[in-house]
Design a protein around this ligand. Structure first.
Ligand code: GLN
Length: 218
């Protein structure tokens, strides 16, 4: 059984826990670095990236997540979690001086889809997921996607695969064992993206001797 964690500082934590459990994973919430021990994968939920970065700082939780990712733990960042995973955030004064996780070679703009009133639901084609993992099944139907003050992905690096797009901009991306979505897959009943992530965590771990890079500070 895959051992999964959900970063439990703030945001849509319980919804992700339930979604991962429904995919057959053993799930715990993570608030301290020691709780990352032995995890195959970690979800960094949506909520408020600034609040999460501040709450994580006293115990050094986000650099610890980056180190664990460097040892082969898979990470799935959704919305605010995608912001914390991004190597580069533009217009990020509120995150200034706080460690993030980093490692995902994208540039994002916080709240790039507009204010709370501009939150919206749409349907996404998942054909990019089957291209990324040909063994993944049941991806023919579109995925309902809830965007809430969502970040816009403005750039993706060469190693980043775009798995889904909305109006020509990437909204699900993958770089090896890092997965990120700019919306909230835990707020709908569709579990296919969580299932895809749980399958990613089963894939072989890179050598444990890989040295993690330093965490990113803005
Ligand atoms: N706008 C939020 C942030 O910057 C993200 C919104 C969300 O996670 N729904 O962290």
């Amino acid at each position: 059984v895959p051992q999964l964690g959900v970063l439990g500082l703030q945001g849509a934590v319980a919804e992700h826990v339930r979604a991962l459990q429904a995919c057959g994973a053993a799930v715990r919430t993570v608030r301290r670095p020691a709780e990352l021990e032995g995890l195959d994968g970690l979800v960094v939920p949506g909520g408020e990236s600034t609040a999460m970065a501040r709450l994580a700082a006293p115990v050094g939780l986000l650099p610890a997540v980056r180190a664990a990712a460097g040892q082969g733990m898979a990470v799935f960042g959704t919305c605010a979690g995608l912001i914390l995973l991004a190597e580069e955030v533009v217009d990020a004064q509120a995150l200034q001086g706080y460690d993030r996780i980093g490692g995902l070679d994208i540039t994002v703009r916080r709240n790039g889809y507009g204010s709370q009133l501009d939150s919206f639901t749409t349907e996404l084609s998942l054909s990019g997921l089957s291209a990324s993992d040909p063994s993944a099944t049941g991806l023919e139907e579109p995925l309902p996607a809830v965007f809430i003050r969502a970040p816009v992905i403005e750039r993706t690096g060469d190693d980043v695969d775009v798995l889904a797009e909305h109006r020509g901009a990437p909204v699900v991306v993958r770089q090896r064992k890092l997965l990120a979505a700019s919306f909230h897959p835990e707020l709908t009943r569709d579990r296919r993206l969580h299932r895809f992530f749980v399958e990613m965590t089963r894939q072989s771990r890179p050598s444990a001797s890989a040295t993690p890079a330093d965490s990113v500070k803005l």
